[in-house]
Ligand binder design. Structure first.
Ligand code: ADP
Ligand code: MG
Length: 236
């Protein structure tokens, strides 16, 4: 579904992405896992079109989107610090993308109801973002990103700012959402446990390169090198 080929991104003489190639299968939930500064966000932002590559290409569903603007890539994006519209209710926030696309009202209502139910916010439709907990806000963000049926959902440490208990809950919500909606999802995280718990596939990054890609089992049973072995070995 997403193919990155020979991607390079330099900041001055520093290579944030150093010849990265990666295939993300349709319908998978793939984690980009690696230590801070390894290039995960740069790779995700390049897939989204928020960074332009110095070399290499990005394809989404067979289409070369390397020079296509983010708006035209048909993706949903959720960041660590999600910016909700403060003056809009939960339902209006989730409906926003559908409204600007001028979708018929009943369709909007149905879609919003459906998504808020899946993320456990059906009782919160008329609340304002300030009345939600951090975890509820990120669940709203997931629903909002999915409302317009993007081809791809990109998540950059979406649970990173929250405490451990809420983070664990959100993994369950994300897994459930993914099982219901089946949208191709890429989750950036530096948390080994989160990646192992939630992802079908993991791409381990280090210093701008991909060290290994595989299922959690494959990475554990046959780590490609000592970096992967020691990085995964730090799971508590
Ligand atoms: P990660 O998400 O894995 O923590 P990033 O992709 O954010 O890593 O960053 C990778 C490296 O590139 C880091 O060393 C970071 O300092 C550097 N970097 C990222 N963005 C910029 C930028 N706009 N200017 C200069 N250096 C950057
Ligand atoms: Mg990052």
């Amino acid at each position: 579904m997403i193919t990155v080929t020979s991607a390079r991104k330099n900041y001055g003489s520093f290579a944030a992405l150093d010849d990265v190639s990666l295939e993300i299968p349709s319908g998978s939930l793939t984690a980009l896992l690696g230590p801070s500064g390894s290039g995960k966000s740069t790779l995700l932002r390049s897939i989204a079109g928020l960074e332009s590559l110095d070399e290499g290409t990005v394809h989404i569903a067979g289409e070369d989107v390397t020079t296509v603007t983010p708006q035209k890539r048909d993706i949903g994006f959720v960041f660590q610090h999600y910016a909700a519209f403060k003056h809009m209710t939960v339902r209006e926030n989730v409906a926003f993308g559908l409204k600007i696309r001028k979708r018929p009202k009943p369709e909007i209502q149905k879609k919003v109801d459906e998504l808020l139910e899946i993320v456990g916010l059906d009782g919160f439709q008329t609340r304002y973002p300030a009345q939600l907990s951090g975890g509820q806000r990120q669940r709203m963000a997931l629903a909002r990103a999915l409302a317009v049926d993007p081809r791809v959902l990109l998540l950059d440490e979406p649970f990173g700012a929250l405490d451990a208990k809420v983070r664990t809950d959100l993994r369950t919500w994300l897994r459930r959402l993914h099982d219901e909606v089946h949208v191709t999802t890429v989750l950036v995280t530096h948390d080994q446990e989160e990646a192992l718990d939630v992802a079908d596939r993991i791409a381990v990054m280090n210093a701008g390169r991909i060290e290994q890609v595989g299922t959690p089992e494959e990475l554990y049973d046959r780590p490609a090198n000592t970096f992967v072995m020691s990085f995964l070995g730090t799971v508590s």
